[in-house]
Ligand binder design. Structure first.
Ligand code: NAD
Length: 259
């Protein structure tokens, strides 16, 4: 019988995390490192990524930092190259960098360029990193991709159409890619946070909005980064070996809306 520890053991597995310098990305780097993975922390600036990598190394883990803006294809290629140069392969990919929404997407005030940018951010960058890493994962014999989606992917709210549509696309993309990657030994799943206390959330949170969110939340508090990263670890680790194409919403049991 497999030992409980081995079900969550990522010793020596190589994990790339985008937007790893803060919030859910930073928490993902930390929990995967604690499970033994070698981390490639990437963020917009090298300083932000390096600070997280330094903490991991200080705690006895292995990590390098890479500057990567997921909106730039040359950065995505360089990110994967850096992982291969340092560790020889990639086994785990956390497509965390993303955003938009926040009730600020009045359809008559945003333009096409905005809509395209949100899709580049939340969908195309994740797809491209899959394209770049899955052959490496397949060759290595272990591969798991985790996309960070959102409750917005299933909620209906005003002024959220670009973000919500892009996160819904991310869900359906993963469900379809599970068929492409499964025969190659690579899994792909999405984690959908409810409102989680990070810097991104703070930009839209008011006491009124928080009270409204809690009305829809059976467990009467907002989420923490640690609430979300437990699900990231689950999908990254051997414990979920027969799980692919799924979305796990981690949301205090409810459906949170900004309306
Ligand atoms: N916090 C929430 O309530 C919540 C809810 C649902 C979904 N999400 C999703 O979780 C993910 C992370 O959000 P968060 O709340 O942790 O955000 P955050 O702002 O705390 O952290 C995001 C990180 O991504 C980096 N980043 C921004 N633009 C980038 C780019 N172009 N390329 C690379 N990195 C970039 C930032 O520098 C930052 O370090 C996003 O995909 C978001 O849509 C968050």
């Amino acid at each position: 019988m497999l030992k409980l520890d081995s079900l969550f053991d990522l010793k020596g597995k190589v994990a790339i995390v985008t937007g790893g310098g803060d919030g859910i990305g930073k928490g993902s780097c930390e929990i995967l490192a604690r499970a033994g993975a070698y981390i490639v922390v990437s963020d917009l600036t090298i300083e932000k990524a390096q600070a997280v990598a330094d903490e991991i190394v200080k705690d006895g883990g292995k990590a390098i930092a890479v500057a990567c803006n997921v909106l730039k294809d040359e950065d995505l290629v360089a990110l994967v190259d850096a992982a291969v140069k340092e560790y020889g392969t990639v086994n785990i990919l956390v497509n965390n960098a993303g955003g938009g929404g926040g009730g600020r997407e009045n359809p008559f005030k945003v333009d096409l360029a905005y809509f395209e940018r949100i899709f580049n951010f939340n969908v195309f960058s994740a797809w491209r990193l899959c394209q770049l890493t899955v052959p490496l994962m397949a060759k290595s014999g272990y591969g798991s991709i985790i996309n960070i989606t959102s409750m917005g992917s299933i909620n209906k709210s005003p002024n959220m159409s670009a973000y919500a549509a892009s996160k819904a696309a991310l869900n359906h993309m993963a469900a379809n890619l599970a068929f492409d990657f499964g025969p190659m030994g690579v899994r792909i799943n999405n984690v959908g946070p409810g409102a989680t206390r990070t810097h991104a959330l703070e930009t839209v949170l008011t006491p009124e909005i928080e009270a409204k969110m809690l009305e829809h939340t059976p467990i009467k508090r907002l989420g923490t980064v640690e609430d979300i990263t437990g699900a990231v670890l689950y999908f990254a680790a051997p414990v979920s070996a027969w799980v692919s194409g799924q979305v796990l919403f981690v949301n205090g049991g409810g459906v949170q809306t900004l309306d």
